[in-house]
Design a protein around this ligand. Structure first.
Ligand code: NCD
Length: 315
């Protein structure tokens, strides 16, 4: 269980339903900013945000960078190679050094689960988890919720299938927390080797057959299949995986007409999703990317902007 302080966003379980609703509402008004000719508001003027990324990432880093810039914060990108990673001391030194330069928020992506939470204890600045190991990816789950709220109004009572490599997916973990908290019915779908035992024991619905449950779904959320899983012997072959779990045209025929298809990206066309389905209007993949900027603006504003206002009020 991780928490982080009030200043930090480490995982979804620290947020109340009201706080999630607030983020969704605020993202809605920030989305409008992104549609203006001048895409900027002064909400975080004078603040410094550092993106500290120990894993390759394009979309998440750029999304955070755009979000901070649209709120008028100054942004620095620190991209470290993962070779300097597991050394706790050097991570601490990096965090303390950045803090000494006067940053206000550190957006952290790290291959080790728990790294952002550790950093949040070392520094006073806000720490926002941008994905840590197999643990959590809270802003991804928030942007997914936001995308669904825009389309469905609310996800209360809706059926969502999370399909694929649940075991290794921080996106799945954060989405299970977020969607359950907001009242959705979740079905975890995938081969038994990729579904964690704890999940099955926790009482969440599990199905090894995508075909059996696809007709019940309001939302199909596909996860990226990491190719190394085949080398690890967790799936027999990519073709075999695709035969049972790929969302292709034929399988989609069994789904409801209005089903929403989502994926956090990057996608492997031809593995978890067919090229054709990825480009259909009911695939919300690019909406998720667009919405990611607005949601990260709301998150940065919540953890940085409001803090400042409260501190100034105290003076
Ligand atoms: C996800 C991640 O890195 O956790 N992608 C992302 O944030 N855009 C999902 C993935 O890599 O499969």
């Amino acid at each position: 269980m991780t928490r982080g302080g009030e200043k930090d966003l480490i995982d979804i379980d620290q947020l109340s339903r009201e706080e999630i609703d607030w983020i969704i509402q605020t993202a809605r008004s920030f989305e409008e900013v992104s549609r203006r000719a001048v895409k900027k508001v002064p909400a975080l003027r004078g603040k410094t945000v550092v993106n500290l990324f120990y894993e390759p990432s394009t979309r998440t880093r750029m999304s955070f960078e755009l979000a901070a810039k649209r709120l008028s914060a100054d942004v620095l990108n620190f991209t470290a190679s993962s070779s300097s990673v597991a050394k706790g001391e050097s991570l601490k030194d990096t965090a303390l050094t950045l803090q000494a330069m006067g940053l206000d928020a550190l957006v952290v992506r790290h291959p080790v689960s728990g790294a952002p939470e550790m950093i949040s204890r070392w520094i006073d600045a806000s720490v926002i988890n941008a994905g840590d190991g197999m643990h959590a990816h809270p802003t991804q789950a928030l942007l997914d919720l936001y995308t669904l709220h825009k389309e469905l109004g609310s996800i209360e009572g809706k059926t969502v299938a999370l399909v694929g490599d649940i075991l290794h997916s921080r996106v799945a973990r954060s989405n299970i927390q977020a969607m359950t908290k907001m009242g959705a019915r979740l079905i975890l779908v995938g081969p038994p080797t990729l579904i964690p035992r704890e999940v099955e024991e926790s009482g969440l619905e599990v199905s090894y057959s995508f075909d059996r449950v696809i007709g019940e779904c309001d939302v199909i959320y596909l996860l990226r299949l990491q190719r190394e899983r085949q080398r690890e012997g967790l799936i027999p072959s990519l073709a075999e995986y695709a035969r049972f779990y790929q969302l292709n045209r034929e399988r989609l025929e069994k789904a409801r007409q209005e089903v929403i298809v989502m994926h956090p990206g990057p996608i492997n066309r031809g593995v978890e999703i067919s090229a054709e389905v990825a480009d259909l209007p009911r695939s919300y993949l690019l909406d998720q990317v667009t919405n990611g900027v607005a949601v990260r603006m709301a998150v940065l504003f919540k953890f940085l902007g409001r803090r400042e206002t409260e501190a100034e009020g105290e003076r």
